[in-house]
Design a protein around this ligand. Structure first.
Ligand SMILES: O=C(O)CCC(=O)C1=CC=C[C@@H](O)[C@@H]1C(=O)O
Ligand SMILES: [Mg+2]
Length: 339
């Protein structure tokens, strides 16, 4: 069986710069791809690399797409190298969508042939089958941002730390966690930006709020696995690995080396969905699924995996729509047709 293959590079601007300890992120670029089989059925996929997380770079993904023939086979799709995890996700999601009614034949609706299937973007979060965590802006902006998201139905929030001096951020942390209603869960994401001592200080402070503090995400650098394993046994506040487990091979390694706390899984850069499914089912890990600011195409495939593999008590980190212009999803249609 061969499939006609087309792809487009798209770029979307964040409404406001996304500030993390990795720096500022303003433009989200990704590759949208379409497979068409002999019966004319379509499958859509997205390749949204984040190279500073350990996936391939966008140029590497583009080079891979450019060197493919116009007609590709299932063998090509399932032999994409592990060095290209976002490509594995994009091509395999498109192949899975062929004719299954997800992104394929079944959801034509008013769509014409070749129209990108944008469905219900963005759904009110209460319509999703999973609880969703909303990403708050770094710094004190979080203090006056959470309320509107709370009114929209969010009950879990993630706040970026290790962006400003720890003394300033701890002050804001106490104001934030004291202001959040009792039933809220708060996640802190350091993006590997803390020292060991700073991580201890954050965990000590987190332990003062056991009912609201859900976890501290990636406190230390990827190279500090043993130190994070040690910290995970010393405090009540859970630790979630993110950058340390960004790809399937890193997931396997962390599990083999004894990690049993939380694993943040970003399906769109982790690699092959079928192999991710197998790993999660085999090891029943405590997984928190997380967005990589993909479009509706990648998000649909990622949320399908999350619905299947996520722990029911863990909100999925896909509350990011407020960071991207809503009309951009309709843009996708025009971008695909006009490029
Ligand atoms: O996981 C979430 O709650 C939202 C997504 C998110 O926080 C991230 C997505 C991609 C890169 C990072 O900036 C960040 C993360 O570190 O988890
Ligand atoms: Mg993270």
């Amino acid at each position: 069986m061969t499939y006609r293959f087309e792809f487009r590079l798209i770029a979307r601007k964040f409404l406001r710069s996304l500030t993390t300890s990795h720096g500022n992120w303003d433009i989200r670029e990704s590759i949208i791809l379409r497979l068409i089989d002999a019966a004319g059925r379509e499958g859509w996929g997205e390749i949204p690399p984040i190279s500073w997380f350990g996936s391939e770079t966008l140029p590497q993904a583009l080079d891979f797409c450019h060197q493919l023939p116009q007609e590709i086979t299932q063998e090509i799709i399932f032999s994409i190298p592990d060095a290209l995890p976002a490509c594995q996700f994009g091509f395999e999601s498109a192949w899975e969508g062929l004719g299954t009614g997800d992104w394929g034949q079944g959801d034509k609706g008013t769509r014409g042939q070749g129209d990108i299937p944008i469905t219900n973007y963005p759904l009110p979060i209460t319509h999703y089958p999973l609880p969703i965590s909303a990403l708050l802006p770094a710094g004190e902006a979080a203090l006056n941002t959470w309320q509107k998201l709370w009114e929209e139905g969010y009950r879990t929030f993630k706040w970026k730390i290790a962006v400003d001096a720890i003394a300033n951020e701890l002050k804001i942390f106490h104001l934030l966690i004291d202001s959040l209603p009792a039933s809220t869960k708060l996640r802190l994401d350091a993006n590997a930006g803390l020292s060991y001592q700073e991580a201890e200080l954050w965990l000590e402070n987190g332990d003062k709020f056991p009912e609201k503090m859900e976890f501290l995400e990636q406190p230390l650098a990827v190279t500090e696995f043993e130190a994070m394993l040690q910290l995970s046994n010393r405090y009540q506040t859970a630790i979630a690995l993110d950058e340390s487990v960004a790809t399937l091979s890193q997931l396997h390694a962390a599990y083999q080396q004894g990690w049993r706390d939380i694993f943040v899984i970003k399906p769109a850069i982790a690699g092959s969905p079928s192999r991710l499914r197998q790993f999660c089912k085999q090891h029943n890990i405590d997984a928190v699924f997380s967005s990589v600011f993909e479009t509706a195409i990648g998000r649909y495939a990622a949320l399908k995996l999350a619905a299947e593999l996520s722990q029911p008590n863990r909100a999925v980190g896909f509350g990011i729509n407020h960071l991207l212009k809503k009309e951009e999803e309709t843009w996708l249609q025009r971008l695909w047709q006009n490029l």
